[in-house]
Design a protein around this ligand. Structure first.
Ligand SMILES: Cc1cc2nc3c(=O)[nH]c(=O)nc-3n(C[C@H](O)[C@H](O)[C@H](O)COP(=O)(O)OP(=O)(O)OC[C@H]3O[C@@H](n4cnc5c(N)ncnc54)[C@H](O)[C@@H]3O)c2cc1C
Length: 395
């Protein structure tokens, strides 16, 4: 394997880095906090403005094909893109579901009219998207979902409830998985709708996370009319289309920017004390940080292995599950160790006065658990690895 980037990729990096240096103001730079940092309403507006600025200069949806308004960036350039945004401490983008999941699914399954209608507004954040898949009794076992859509002339009448719907409170549109044939086996009777979140009959109730943020919701559908032209693919073909979305989701959740760099722990350990000396001088602390660094490095190379498969045009291998599992668990252990280093200071919230590192570690600690659940739980990844990689019998 060649670990060097090509001259085109390096040119791409230089161009993006120069653009960020010129356009990303210091007050917009953020520590990488973890999944779903919401902040206050002002924060959302700032992120939206940042998104529009990036879009105006062609830096949104870089991996999308040019014909749909993207930059047609190669896989390696997309990796560079994530690295550079992380390096610059750029704020999280808005419309992650739209750009990372809904858009690519519409490109794969949508009619020409649907592509023309939805794709440009996804990139510009003219329409924000959310994902209405999970329900109170259908998460890991998604195909058990019960939200019903009954075809009536030129629309579907939808009744039911979704849960954990990230960003639904900001969303204009939703990729909505519904049951259209209750008699069919559970994977067969599903359909995939593109639902207008402003339709009458939709109620959104926020859920408060352990971090105090309210970035996901319960969404209730009562006699909601969704036009037939908003059906993606064919009726009852929803499971196949949902798998496309989930593959894009897994790549997004497992990919680049979620892992905390263990070197940040080393800087923390320099600034706090253990037994009256800088913690970094303590053998136990050094040993723990070195272990985290080795694990992070191993994960980086597993990521490269996955990338190599993609570059060779091979189907995704087991690396996706390994990476998702190991990265989210490592993230959690690094955050927990930071709490140990901080001692009593770990009690300060994010941005509390006197908090060390602005209190980012306590936020990260609280947010880290979400990554072990969203995009396929740790236990489900264990099952996949056990059955598909190790060939163990089903439990
Ligand atoms: C931060 C975050 C954002 C999310 N955003 C969205 C969103 O925008 N849209 C959306 O539709 N969903 C979203 N989700 C929901 C997410 O997809 C589900 O939480 C996830 O699929 C797990 O489902 P569940 O919560 O119903 O748990 P369950 O599936 O009920 O699982 C409960 C427990 O049982 C374990 N378990 C379940 N099945 C097995 C098994 N076969 N073997 C062993 N153990 C098992 C699980 O690992 C877990 O520990 C989000 C979740 C999080 C955490």
């Amino acid at each position: 394997m060649d670990f060097n980037y090509s001259s085109e990729d390096e040119a791409f990096r230089r161009e993006l880095r120069a653009w960020l240096e010129e356009n990303l103001k210091d007050e917009m730079r953020r520590p990488q906090l973890g999944f779903m940092y919401e902040g206050d309403q002002g924060e959302w507006q700032k992120r939206l403005e940042w998104h529009r600025k990036m879009h105006a200069s062609g830096w949104i949806g870089v991996g999308w094909p040019r014909e749909y308004g993207g930059r047609g960036a190669t896989l390696l350039q997309q990796l560079v893109y994530g690295e550079e945004l992380g390096r610059a401490h750029a704020p999280d983008m808005v419309n992650g579901v739209g750009i990372g999941m809904a858009g690519p699914t519409i490109m794969t399954w949508g009619s020409e009219e649907q592509k023309r209608r939805y794709l440009p507004r996804i990139l510009s954040a003219g329409e924000i998207w959310c994902q209405g898949f999970s329900e109170p009794n259908a998460g890991s076992d998604l195909a058990s979902l019960q939200t019903q859509a009954v075809e009536q002339g030129d629309y579907f009448l939808v009744n039911g409830q979704k849960v954990w719907t990230s960003e639904a409170h900001h969303a204009d549109m939703c990729i909505l998985l519904v049951r259209t044939d209750p008699q069919a086996p559970k994977h067969r009777g599903l359909s995939y709708l593109l639902a207008d979140m402003h339709s009458p009959g939709i109620t959104i109730r926020p859920l408060t996370q352990i971090t105090g943020d309210r970035s996901f919701n319960e969404v209730f559908f009562e006699d909601v009319r969704i036009p037939r032209k908003n059906l993606l693919g064919s009726k009852d073909q929803g499971w196949q289309i949902a798998i496309t979305t989930l593959m894009f989701e897994r790549t997004a959740v497992a990919g680049g920017r979620i892992l905390i760099n263990p070197m940040e722990l080393a800087s923390l350990a320099k600034s706090v004390e253990r037994n009256g000396r800088p913690a970094l001088e303590d053998g136990y602390v050094r040993d723990r940080i070195a272990h985290f660094l080795c694990e992070a490095r191993a994960l980086k190379y597993i990521g490269y292995r996955q990338l190599t498969r993609q570059l060779k045009g091979l189907p995704p291998g087991p690396e996706g599950s390994l990476l998702k599992l190991a990265a989210s668990e490592l993230n959690l252990r690094i955050s927990s160790f930071a709490m140990e280093l901080l001692g009593a200071y770990s009690q300060f919230n994010y941005r509390a006065p006197y908090a060390i590192d602005q209190g980012k570690w306590s936020y990260r600690m609280l947010a880290a658990r979400a990554l072990t659940i969203g995009g396929g739980t740790t236990e489900v990844q264990h099952n996949i690895i056990g059955e598909r990689v190790l060939g163990l019998p089903k439990g």
